[in-house]
Design a protein around this ligand. Structure first.
Ligand code: ATR
Length: 282
């Protein structure tokens, strides 16, 4: 008798348009791994029950997306260091009767910038817009990658202060009021980690944040990233990148955790890029 096909899924809400099933199916085909990967709609209220049902049916691993990453971090029996620091889990692996949780978003961001786009993060003076879960995961990974210093600006300034405290690198982390950003000059890297684009809102940002050397990066992709990327280009940024590459790289990190093999992300990225408009240079 053949073993049952391994079951994987992505949980989130909304989830119908998630690219994760497509990405993981392509990785598995590339490496000849038999598995099934589907999208499961789950709200903050239904997630725990849906995940339990998935585990009972043989679920071996899962990706977790909005709005469930912080909840997922709470229900794990064991967390990776990077998940604990980010207080966020986007990858679950079944371990005995419980879940091991990891956070691959930050690593995905850094790999996209440094390996796909061949850009050096070291010593970049960085502005992080936003102070939610996505910003937190990005902040730690960017520090690990060697950025010089981090300035955090958030619509609700208290949350920026909390994130700065959590990072705990006094002297290298600053917070600024959003409305005062125009007074502080340009940055080498500007990362949009807000969810504004998902709600159809454009950010009101001064062009003076951008110098000819500046890399602007939106963690979102598709429609949600259009406004920020348009602002970055009109302000004269050297590069304006969306988060499609980060999505593919975080998926690859999850894949390694589950299957012990690293897929080649380039063909999968190229296939998705063909129908997700974004990076001007691609
Ligand atoms: P995520 O997990 O995606 O980070 P989150 O924790 O809800 O989601 O955080 C969303 C981030 O986007 C927050 O920094 C939020 O700012 P507030 O802390 O003030 O809520 C930011 N954000 C959302 N809509 C925004 C908008 N229209 N303008 C500026 N920032 C916005």
């Amino acid at each position: 008798m053949t073993a049952p096909t391994q079951q994987y899924a992505v949980f989130g809400q909304p989830i119908a348009h998630s690219l994760s099933p497509r990405i993981h199916t392509a990785f598995a085909r590339q490496l000849g791994i038999a598995m099934e990967y589907r999208a499961i709609e789950a709200s903050a209220d239904s997630f725990v029950a849906e995940l339990a049902r998935f585990a009972d049916a043989g679920g071996r691993g899962a990706n977790i997306t909005l709005p469930l990453k912080a909840i997922a971090a709470r229900l794990c029996l064991r967390l990776s260091d990077r998940a604990r620091r980010a207080d966020s889990v986007n990858t679950l692996l079944r371990e005995g009767a419980g879940w091991y949780g990891d956070s691959t978003d930050g690593t995905g961001l850094v790999r996209d910038i440094t390996e796909r786009h061949h850009l050096d993060l070291r010593e970049r003076r960085t502005l992080l817009l936003g102070a939610g879960g996505a910003a937190r995961a990005a902040a730690f990974a960017l520090f690990d990658a060697g950025i010089a210093e981090l300035t955090i600006a958030n619509r609700t300034p208290e949350r920026a202060d909390v994130l700065a405290d959590v990072i705990g690198a006094p002297g290298r982390v600053h917070t600024r009021y959003w409305d005062d950003l125009g007074q502080w000059g340009a940055y080498d890297l500007v990362v949009n980690a807000t969810s504004a684009g998902h709600d159809g809102h454009d950010l009101d940002l001064p062009r003076s944040l951008v110098a000819p050397r500046t890399l602007c990066y939106d963690l979102s992709y598709g429609k949600a990233a259009i406004g920020f990327l348009a602002w970055a280009r009109s302000a004269g940024a050297e590069q304006a990148l969306d988060g499609l590459g980060m999505l593919v790289e975080q998926a690859a990190e999850s894949f390694v955790l589950w299957h012990g093999q690293r897929p080649d992300t380039e063909p999968v990225y190229a296939e998705l890029r063909a129908y997700v408009p974004g990076d001007a240079e691609d």
